[in-house]
Ligand binder design. Structure first.
Ligand code: FUB
Length: 323
């Protein structure tokens, strides 16, 4: 598949988290709606309320919509804005990890559980203790342990925290200071808690220095994803206001990671968000853009395209074709 393919023509969906469960491709996206809320830097216009799950038997095959599997009205601690989620499987149970504001308008990461990847999920009564900000990505290590990466700037509220504690007034570091990092944390064996304090996922430049906060073309903004290729950890993410999907590589899951380059140049729309998954020996970039909605940034549509590596393990940049 060399040309991107739109996946869900009849529903606006974004932020695809894709996993292979039971030999099938399962997609866990955000479900965009026309909220009527004016667009702002806080992301208030992204006022999503539920998740659908989709599956495909093959990468070119028909996309099955399994309907609503989690609704904000069934999440006991919900305030508003059901943003990006991810899914995981362990010991006979499927987990959705989701970003949601509580009743005080503070983002946390919640959990919902199901017996099947496409059945309705039941939300736990409260978010993960010690969780904050948005965009959870849950990565399964080869030994069966799981790690979560998370975080997002601006509307994602990451700038309101330092050392995992809320600060009085949220702010970003000065341009010449180290950028705020995505967080990485090991999950407890039962998948319901953090097993440790979240750590900074540090990204270094080619000189071994942490990326600077002013380097908007490269620094982490949101949309964490982790995958492993040829024994190395690939952390990919969005640069937000410069609209790139970038990646950084490390020999250790905790890092430090070294910045490598751009996976996807800007797409039509403001956000860019993705997952990278191997299926039947090929790698794919699932992502979104706003072409079908005529460029409305809050009404996004899922796409997939093959992702290819050079012999040295670097990723061949894909053109997002923003006008
Ligand atoms: O879908 C809402 C938010 O937009 C996500 O959480 C961010 O990553 C961005 O894609």
């Amino acid at each position: 598949m060399k040309q991107p393919r739109y996946l869900v023509p009849n529903l606006y969906t974004a932020d695809p988290a894709v996993h292979i469960f039971n030999g099938k491709i399962y997609i866990y996206p955000s479900h965009d709606v026309e909220s009527g809320i004016p667009e702002n830097d806080n992301g208030d216009h992204f006022d999503m309320r539920d998740y659908h799950v989709f599956s495909m038997e093959s990468i070119d095959g028909e996309v099955t919509d399994h309907g609503v599997v989690l609704d904000v009205k069934n999440i006991p601690w919900a305030g508003r804005q059901l943003w990006d989620c991810d899914a995981a499987y362990k010991d006979g149970k499927y987990y959705i990890y989701f970003s949601l504001k509580d009743k005080n308008d503070v983002f946390h990461i919640g959990i919902a559980i199901s017996e099947k990847p496409e059945d309705p999920f039941t939300a736990l009564d409260s978010p993960i203790k010690g969780s904050y900000s948005i965009d959870p990505c849950v990565f399964r290590e080869d030994d069966g342990s799981h790690f979560m990466c998370f975080g997002g700037l601006w509307g994602g509220q990451l700038q309101r925290y330092r050392n995992n504690k809320a600060i009085e007034c949220g702010h970003e570091p000065a341009d010449n200071e180290p950028a705020l990092c995505a967080k990485i944390v090991k999950m407890s064996d039962d998948m319901l808690d953090f097993a440790e304090e979240p750590r900074d996922l540090v990204i270094l430049d080619e000189n071994g220095e942490p990326l600077r906060a002013g380097d908007h073309d490269k620094r982490f903004f949101e949309a964490s994803w982790m995958h492993k290729y040829n024994g190395k950890y690939y952390f990919s993410y969005s640069t937000g206001d410069t609209h790139f999907l970038c990646y950084a590589v490390s020999d250790s899951i905790y890092g430090p990671y070294t910045y490598q380059g751009v996976i996807l140049t800007p797409v039509v729309g403001w956000t860019t968000h993705h997952s990278i998954t191997e299926f039947e020996g090929k790698w794919y970039l699932f992502h979104h853009d706003c072409v079908p909605s005529g460029g409305k940034t809050w009404l996004r549509s899922l796409k997939v395209v093959e992702l290819e590596y050079n012999a040295d393990g670097t990723i061949i940049t894909i053109e997002g074709l923003a006008k």
